[in-house]
Write a new protein. Structure first.
Lengths: 136, 140
């Protein structure tokens, strides 16, 4: 089994707000991230797939295909977007880094035919990242 | 949905690697430059990984304010800008980054209640890093 990781970067804005909380609760729990005008990050995405090395091609996965899927499913949908308003998952969920990693996993997992998705890592900043392995 | 949240912190400290009770020659051979009696320092990068179900109400494994507050209070203030050899944690243990990593893991394991502690990783320099998960295997 060999693990292959592909990186991508995207920039997006978001804010944290739960309509079931009072304004005071939202401010207390989410702090500055509750500003409804949003704020942004340069996100770094790392997608790790695993699989056997194909003896003919020497590849775990064709990187071009992996890149195309990442571009189509993630970057086209999220790069230079306001996540709360423009990405369907975040009309109902809060676009935290945790939920972003889960949403990206769910977008990619059904579309990676050759290789198995191992890990989605999303860096919100260089000092904060979330890993998701598809665990329930 | 179980997710793993990792936060990086920075603190600086000095240390000297020296095993009391062992001959000077053994210490010099074992620790080399790190045995310099005047000590030396590092900028330590600390990575704390916690895990748990993502709370559907907040979208979070744990609130970063809680994790940052705990690490600042219990770790950065305890070890930052200190000579590690003078601290009670290293009264009998040599302050290698292995031992520092385990000491920090234990502080978090005993005191941080807001999420499950998964792993502590420390970079002593850009060239070497250490990770400890309470004896468990570490998944990359």
């Amino acid at each position: 089994m060999v693990y292959l990781t592909r990186k991508a970067e995207f920039a997006a804005s978001h804010y944290y707000h739960n309509p079931e909380f009072t304004p005071e609760e939202n401010r207390a729990i989410f702090g500055k991230c509750n500003n409804p005008n949003g704020h942004g990050h340069n996100y770094t995405l790392e997608v790790t797939v695993k699989g056997k090395v194909d003896p003919k091609s020497g590849f775990v996965v064709d990187l071009k295909k992996l890149k195309d899927v990442m571009n189509r499913e993630v970057l086209d949908a999220m790069d230079h977007r306001f996540l709360n308003k423009e990405v369907p998952e975040f009309l109902t969920q809060i676009p935290t880094t945790e939920n972003l990693a889960i949403a990206i996993w769910q977008r990619l997992a059904p579309r990676l035919n050759a290789a198995q998705l191992h890990r989605v890592r999303v860096y919100e900043t260089p000092d904060l990242f979330v890993d998701f392995y598809g665990e329930a | 949905m179980k997710a793993y949240l990792t936060r990086r912190y920075l603190f600086s400290a000095s240390h000297r690697l020296h095993r009391n009770g062992m001959p000077e020659e053994w210490n010099r051979e074992t620790y080399g430059k790190c045995n310099n009696p005047h000590g030396h320092g590092h900028n330590y990068h600390l990575e704390v990984t916690v895990s748990g179900p993502v709370d559907p109400r907040t979208g979070m494994v744990c609130n970063l304010v809680d994790l940052d507050g705990f690490v600042q209070r219990e770790i950065v203030e305890r070890f930052g800008l200190q000579n590690l050899n003078t601290l009670p944690e290293f009264a009998s243990d040599v302050p290698t980054t292995e031992n520092l990593c385990v000491a920090i893991y234990e502080i978090l394991r005993r005191g941080f209640r807001k999420a499950h502690l998964e792993r502590v990783r420390m970079e002593e320099t850009m060239m070497n890093s250490f990770a400890y998960a309470g004896g468990a295997e570490i998944r990359e």
